[in-house]
Design a protein around this ligand. Structure first.
Ligand code: PLP
Length: 455
């Protein structure tokens, strides 16, 4: 009997069992390292997410270069996960590696700017259209700081986010809709933040809900990905961004666009590709070629608030709530400058997008061949497939379209054949070093997996 997502559950169970056994047989060194690391790190990993793969234990790596990984058992992989976007411009990019090693020998962190600061600021302004920029060490931090600035600028407390969003571990955003009510995000223990006071949560693409949520004029900012990417991809419907901008402007609410994932769209992100006009802009993860960094941009009006707030009675205030001792350090700036000027080029994006198109074509052909009610979406260099016949309209619908056991089966099957997808959903990213034959390798493995699941 076939479930509504088109796969026989018995075949799914059998595939999971067989592929798990195969993984265990072929990853003995990783298993030993996992057992050892468990002695000093919960779940045997330095960041608990690294244990969230559909494998009995993580793969421990010995190297990463370009679009490829090698593990301690001597296996190699085509990497479409790319550090969940952190390595979107390729592992060990030689240009970034050179800039970083040069800077390591010239000092990494000093609490003073280098010449790279001017070049980076100018390039960010040119590329993304906002005139003023600051650095942070992660996109989570950049989002926190952007929210704080929005609160200062508007004198309001609340933040509006969309159901199914992820903007990092920002307390105000750790909420979900359940039966139409906002509740703490499942799995997030109650914390000191009273989200009823700090947060409004609505579904993406719902103009009426947005209008209503902002109508009291007590929301400081809307924090949004331009297309949602953390519950599968939820594209913005035609006209939604115009409505979002018009309503935020009319209600005096600042609009923060978080492009941490949607930078896959093109060299100027979704913002430039679609002519968005945010008040603030956040981008992290990949922006310094794999070195921890994030940037947040702002309009001249917002920058004026920022300057005013960080100085009082002629004195500069350090503990103003925006910081990170290592933010904007010389090493980060060197990596950021090189990535912006030499790696995130129009040519690199053209290549990556063409590969993503090829990837999507392969997936769509396999889906079509078996008449499965699945679809895929592409955002430039990023492709996502989901177990529904059409793209979800909002985060709630996207969550209902997820089938965790099916995701796990596909990921595990692919991993055993040397192909890595992002573990959290079916997300694949192309980097400048990805090749057509890497893409075809995914298509072949995916076709084999699907054939087993449906026959
Ligand atoms: C859209 C978006 N914003 C922010 C973040 C947080 O990034 P980081 O974990 O690097 O702080 C993420 C992480 O997945 C994200 O997807």
């Amino acid at each position: 009997m076939s479930e509504q997502y088109g796969v026989d559950p018995q075949f799914l169970d059998a595939l999971l069992e067989r592929e798990t056994a195969r993984f265990e047989r072929t990853h003995q060194r990783s298993k030993k390292l996992h057992e050892r690391t468990e002695g000093s790190m919960p779940r045997g990993v330095p960041l608990h997410w690294m244990a969230n793969w559909p494998t009995p234990h993580p793969v421990y790596l010995s190297g990463a270069e370009g679009a490829y990984l090698t593990d301690v058992d001597g296996k190699s992989y085509v990497d479409f996960c790319l550090g969940d976007t952190g390595a979107m411009f390729g592992h060990a990019n030689p240009l970034v590696a050179e800039a970083v090693s040069r800077q390591v020998h010239a000092g990494t962190t000093t609490m003073l700017p280098t010449e790279d600061a001017a070049a980076v600021g100018e390039e960010l302004s040119r590329r993304f259209g906002l005139p003023y920029w600051q650095l942070a060490t992660s996109a989570t931090d950049a989002n926190r700081f952007a929210i704080r600035i929005a609160r200062i600028a508007t004198g309001r407390d609340k933040v509006l986010v969309f159901n199914g969003k992820y903007h990092g571990s920002v307390d105000e955003t750790q909420v979900a809709l359940q039966d139409g009510r906002m509740v703490p995000q499942p799995g997030v223990a109650p914390n000191a933040v009273d989200t009823d006071r700090t947060t409004r949560l609505v579904e993406f693409n719902d103009v009426d809900a947005l209008e209503q949520a902002l109508s009291e004029r007590d929301v400081a900012c809307v924090l949004a990905e331009p297309a949602m990417t953390n519950v599968g991809v939820v594209p913005a419907e035609p006209g939604y961004h115009d409505a979002l901008r018009e309503i935020t402007r009319r209600t005096g609410t600042l609009l923060i666009i978080d492009e941490t994932h949607t930078i896959s769209t093109g060299p100027g992100g979704y913002t430039r590709a679609h002519g968005l006009q945010p008040d603030m802009f956040v981008l992290g993860k990949s922006i310094a070629g794999g070195i921890p960094a994030a940037v947040y941009g702002m309009t001249a009006e917002v920058a004026e608030t920022f300057e005013r707030y960080t100085a009082k009675d002629g004195h500069r205030i350090s503990h103003a709530g925006f910081g990170g001792t290592l933010a904007g350090n010389a090493l980060t700036l060197a990596a950021l400058r090189t990535t912006l000027e030499e790696v995130m080029t129009e040519e690199a994006y053209a290549r990556m997008s063409a590969l993503a198109e090829r990837f999507e074509r392969g997936v769509t052909e396999v889906i079509g061949k078996h008449g499965l009610p699945w679809h895929s979406t592409r955002l430039g260099a990023r492709v996502e497939y989901l177990f529904s016949a059409r793209a979800p309209r909002d985060g709630g619908e996207a969550k209902r379209f997820r089938v965790p056991r099916l995701e796990a089966a596909i990921h595990l099957h692919l991993l055993n054949r040397g192909v890595l997808l992002t573990p959290f959903h079916n997300m694949a990213l192309m980097c400048p070093a990805t090749t057509e034959s890497d893409v075809d390798r995914h298509t072949a493995a995916f076709a084999e997996c699907v054939a087993e699941l449906v026959s």
